[in-house]
Design a protein around this ligand. Sequence first.
Ligand SMILES: [Zn+2]
Length: 172
Amino acid sequence: MEWKINKGSKGCILCNKEFCEEEEYCSALFDENNAFIRKDYCASCWSKDKGDGLFSFWKTRLPKRDKPVQKFVDNEVFLDMFIRLEGKNEPNQRNLRYVLALYLIRKKIFKLKSFKKENGEEIITLHFPKENKEFNVFNPDLKDEEIDAITSEMSQLLNYPYLEQEVLINAD
Ligand SMILES: [Zn+2]
């Protein structure tokens, strides 16, 4: 999965208004030709036509400049992405779903339930206690470097793009 982000963007993608401290706005991921593109919208532009490909979105609030940088993206965003990727078969989408699963296990949102082999592929069954659901995830057998690369791309895409101090997803 490719991740694209307009690093220069400090404001709304439609009206170009810059976001101010503590302003609430919407961040959205679009799936465009198998690449994720992040776009930020001010509250009033969010209700306008956004075109096709909206994959996932979340509300964000710009922190005060002098406040320490916190972890911005909450687990709901990752859970939402994970669920939306169910049944997607592009290798990139599968890889991403697996990395999201690892993250959500680490955050104790999911519990590992079992492993099985199906057509030569390992399938991990996860339990989601909050809704008493189960999910299956393909294990794409990624190397540690590949997991790290996806994690850091994801983190860059999902956090505020213009803050110097990026917070890695796996930095607890
Ligand atoms: Zn706007």
